[in-house]
Design a protein around this ligand. Structure first.
Ligand code: G3P
Ligand code: CA
Length: 240
């Protein structure tokens, strides 16, 4: 079972920063989950929200900044003064540092408002050579299908939230034609659903699991990965 650090080890360091990513490594996570948004100059900024307001000392939409401008913002102080000076990472720098060294689960937040984001991410990964452990995920199944059509060797994951309704067999089969993973809110999961996904040759991730008891239950159902703010709560990679 993979331990996937949600926005890095975001319980311990400011989300989506190198500080959170390094903490994830230190705590034994096998993957780092992170979110990306397109900038004004077509770069990929690692930030969850479409605005910088919540997690930096700036204001406004990410898409109105160039990457260089975003890098002048402080993305650490909101979390704790000890993280003052942390920056919004550029996905390219993240890939250079971690690709093939630790798993990466890169989330496309909004493909509708950011046309071309699939191609921009795919191009970056493709340049480094696709890896089974560099995965792109989105709630927007269309974005993962687009990425698959452009770069079939990059593994994709479709995120599912409860308000999308149940996950019927036919939908699972459809998703399996372009994605290798489904990633569901943990409250939606059952042993039956995990077995169904496995029978379609898909792997299953659960988000966001911050309770040890829930983690143990999911593990007993053969979940393939759990996305958590607390990677230290769960057993390290390889120690199932
Ligand atoms: O990976 C699942 C989870 O990250 C999706 O929700 O809002 O934290 O990006 P969010
Ligand atoms: Ca995310």
């Amino acid at each position: 079972m993979h331990i996937i650090a949600h926005r890095g080890a975001s319980a311990y360091a400011p989300e989506n920063t190198f500080a959170a990513f390094e903490k994830a490594r230190e705590l034994g996570a096998g993957f780092i989950e992170l979110d990306v948004q397109l900038t004004k100059d077509g770069k990929l900024a690692v930030i969850h929200d479409d605005k910088v307001d919540r997690t930096t000392n700036g204001t406004g939409f990410v898409r109105h900044f160039t990457m260089k401008e975003l890098e002048t913002l402080d993305a650490g102080s909101w979390f704790s003064p000890s993280f003052q000076g942390e920056k919004i990472p550029d996905l390219e720098a993240v890939l250079h540092k971690y690709h093939n060294k630790i798993g990466l689960l890169i989330e496309i937040k909004s493909s509708k408002t950011q046309p071309g984001i699939e191609k921009a991410i795919g191009r970056l990964i493709d340049r480094l050579g696709p890896s089974a452990n560099t995965i792109v995920q989105s709630f927007d199944a269309g974005a993962i299908m687009t990425l698959h059509n452009l770069y079939p060797s990059i593994p994709g994951a479709v995120l599912i939230r409860p308000r999308f309704g149940m996950l019927p067999y036919g939908r699972l089969r459809h998703i399996s034609s372009f994605a290798r993973y489904v990633s569901l809110k943990h409250t939606m999961l059952s042993s039956f659903l995990i077995k169904s996904a496995h029978s379609h040759d898909m792997k299953v991730f659960a988000w966001t699991v911050n309770g040890r008891k829930t983690g143990r239950r999911l593990q007993s159902w053969n979940i393939d990965g759990i996305i958590t703010d607390y990677p230290d709560y769960f057993k390290k990679e390889g120690k199932a």
